[in-house]
Design a protein around this ligand. Structure first.
Ligand code: ADP
Ligand code: MG
Length: 699
């Protein structure tokens, strides 16, 4: 039996109680699981500081010396403080216990030499260590201690005595139990030498029990690379297999539809970025390969127009096209946009969403099947099995977030060959992140806004600064503009949030008796929502009070003010998306972030970044730093990356690139994935696919 599949119970130091904690809290069942429970930080314990060299901003440090005397301070029985005056010959520091002082006095003897480990703080002009870790110097060999690993532990674990220190003892025991060289290599010898990596056996030991910072770094690089490499190998292999399996339709022609639109209907010049992206897409469409392309562009950069032109190319080549949006409102808005663009042209555009029912639905479905519907706009309803196209050649998907590999696969099934796919997203994603999350897509970027747009001015206002806020709104509306006022709504506090929205709406009606208001939230019936929305779109109402249902896609160029109430409750990318609803016309637009006075540091950072920049890429990067990639919506749903235990795609960008290059090299040399010298890699990949739930659902 593989030594790593041994039950964690059979590790000395793990009894039934600890086993329950490890399994219950961390899912650690076997030796192998524990071995892959990596520390998140290290503290150098080979170094001993002099008390006279301490500074206030030091992290955990070690000092070595003797207790001179104990002193007990007690203002009353419940507030007792035991202090040991401690010296190393260079200075005096205090060791302090607020509880357990009795135990300390019994255990740590005056005059004996100890190594004390803790975080120094200053108190009344002296350094003190509260509840330090202490060990007899005679019991320690400091040179041997190296770096002390720190493991993430839960509250329940700590209560059960499983501190980071305790976990460290277990991993140390474990590493000692595994015979040298017993940990299987997962990379090729040639890779290890070419990329200057250490072996897996070495890395797994050093990651838990490093002697130096250098050990830590080499172990981390090796293990991170390995993780990222297999993610990239999976992606690159998947793309290669896909290309082999599916040929794409060739759209060789630029015909009547495209030309007529471009020459007669299009009222403005394309931006340079739109033109470049059109070229990239046309190259794909002529190549004979099926296109899977991600079109990134900030809100308002003109992606929808690009999508429309691409769909017209499909029609020119005798195919149908469809466009999918994440919500009904957005689908309806897209429909309206397309119809306006296509005015006077003989193109049948239809809508298919959950609310298209009965006779209407039947007509649409029939039109799709007999080919008389040219373009279908809709929600996920489009990928349902009963929706059959006569000849679907092009599918546009708006907002990648909610549309992963599995959904795309459903689209391929709708046609003889898989249709070309263009995924549009307004969430700018740093390159190395895109490489992992949407790794199987080629990327085009619209990095230029249509001319004449004025940068949106973003301001932060506190709750009580409403007078200037209301005056600003009034002024803008009197100048003919419209205003969004957005309230947060999250599932966990939906009832309260809705109440806030209702109250906000009622008071806004009193504040602005001269204006008309619309109100929209996710709990309303679709038709009702649509009607309210429509009033705002048509300009009948001047203020739209809503929850985030307008977050993506709504296009009202006349709207110039976006007020976000309780802005602290929104994430950065959400704030940016919301802000993108304004600034679409030629007039100066404003985004007002309203919060209370008490803000966490992180919230302040978010607000500051919003006020500072309109650049979606900068915001996405800041967001990634603040939240980490784990929170990024879509990481799970894209379904193509394996779980990462140690690598961090936000921070390890260079390693991501290195892993991608290496994966590509392997596939290029072994396109059929069957060369014996690579067997190790293909076996390992198979194993990983098996244990990855997302992945196995797709392939
Ligand atoms: P996105 O989908 O990227 O958020 P849209 O396609 O909705 O952006 O475009 C925003 C607005 O800009 C729309 O009103 C659109 O008609 C207009 N627009 C798009 N491209 C151009 C251009 N090249 N010049 C001027 N206006 C444009
Ligand atoms: Mg859009």
């Amino acid at each position: 039996m593989d030594i790593l599949s041994q039950d964690i119970m059979y590790l000395s130091g793990v009894g039934p109680h600890k086993k329950d904690t490890l399994v219950g809290q961390l899912g650690i069942k076997t030796w192998g699981d524990l071995l892959e429970y990596y520390p998140y930080k290290y503290v150098d314990r080979s170094k001993v500081y002099r008390i006279s060299d301490l500074t206030g901003d030091m992290p955990f440090v070690q000092i070595k010396g003797k207790i001179l005397s104990y002193e007990v301070f007690a203002s009353d029985r419940r507030h007792k403080r035991t202090v040991a005056h401690f010296t190393d010959g260079h200075g005096v520091a205090d060791l302090v216990w607020f509880k357990g002082g009795q135990y300390a006095m019994k255990t740590y003897k005056v005059g004996e030499e100890y190594v004390v480990f803790g975080k120094p703080t200053t108190y009344q002009g002296r350094y003190q260590f509260a509840h330090p870790e202490m060990e007899r110097a005679a019991d320690l060999c400091l040179n041997d201690m190296g770096m002390q690993p720190y493991y993430i532990t839960t509250e329940k674990m700590k209560n059960a005595g499983m501190t980071s220190h305790a976990v460290g003892k277990l991993t140390k025991t474990l590493v000692g139990k595994i015979p040298a060289g017993a940990l299987q290599e997962t990379l090729l010898p040639s890779q290890i030498s070419r990329l200057h990596l250490i072996s897996r056996d070495d890395a797994l030991r050093k990651i838990h029990y490093p002697k130096s910072l250098d050990d830590v770094q080499r172990a981390q690089v090796r293990l991170k690379f390995e993780e990222l490499f297999y993610v990239q190998l999976n992606i690159v292999r998947y793309m290669a297999e896909h290309r082999k399996k599916y040929q794409g339709y060739v759209f060789g022609k630029v015909g009547e539809h495209f030309n007529r639109f471009y020459q007669e209907n299009l009222a403005f010049e394309l931006t340079g970025a739109q033109k470049r992206v059109m070229h990239e897409i046309r190259d794909d469409l002529r190549s004979g390969r099926q296109m899977n392309r991600l079109l990134q562009g900030d809100v308002g950069s003109g992606k929808t127009l690009v999508a429309l032109m691409v769909m017209l190319l499909a029609l020119d080549n005798g195919f149908q096209a469809c466009m999918m949006a994440p919500t009904e409102i957005l689908a309806e808005q897209h429909l309206a946009t397309l119809q306006a663009f296509l005015k006077g042209m003989d193109i049948r555009v239809e809508l298919l969403t959950g609310i298209v029912k009965g006779k209407r639905r039947k007509e649409v479905l029939e039109g799709l099947a007999d080919g008389s519907v040219d373009i279908l706009v809709g929600t996920h309803a489009i990928i349902e099995d009963n929706v059959q196209f006569r000849r679907l050649g092009m599918a546009v998907v708006d907002e990648q977030h909610r549309f992963g590999v599995a959904q795309r696969a459903k689209l391929w099934a709708k046609s003889e060959k898989p249709p070309h796919i263009l995924v549009m997203t307004a969430t700018p994603i740093p390159r190395t992140l895109a490489m992992t999350i949407y790794g199987d897509l080629d990327v085009s970027v619209i990095d230029e806004l249509p001319p004449g747009r004025k940068p949106i001015v973003t301001l932060h206002k506190y709750n009580n600064q409403t007078t200037s806020l209301y005056n600003g709104i009034r002024q803008q509306i009197n100048e003919g503009r419209q205003v969004y006022i957005v309230f947060p709504l999250i599932e966990e506090s939906a009832k309260l949030d809705l109440q806030n929205l209702e109250e906000g709406y009622a008071s806004l009606r009193e504040i602005f008796p001269e204006f008309k208001l619309s109100k929209v939230h996710g709990r309303m019936k679709a038709a009702e929502k649509e009607a309210e929305m429509q009033k705002f779109v048509s300009g009948e109402t001047q203020i739209l009070v809503s929850t985030t249902v307008i977050e993506v896609g709504v296009n009202v160029p006349n709207a110039s003010v976006m007020v976000i109430v309780e802005a602290q409750r929104f994430g950065l990318s959400q704030l940016h998306q919301l802000r993108g609803r304004v600034g679409r016309g030629a007039k100066q637009s404003f985004c007002i972030l309203v919060t209370g006075y008490e803000l966490s540091q992180e919230t302040r950072k978010r607000i500051d970044i919003m006020c500072e920049t309109n650049d979606g890429f900068r915001i996405a990067e800041a967001d990634l730093k603040l939240r980490g990639p784990g929170d990024l919506e879509g990481t799970q749903q894209s379904g193509i990356a394996f779980d990462l235990k140690i690598a961090d795609i936000a921070r390890d960008g260079q390693l991501v690139q290195m892993a991608r290059d290496e994966a590509q090299r392997i596939i290029d040399n072994d396109p059929d994935c069957n060369k014996p010298e690579n067997a190790l890699l293909w076996d390992r990949l198979k194993e990983l696919r098996k244990t990855n739930i997302n992945w196995s659902a797709i392939s």
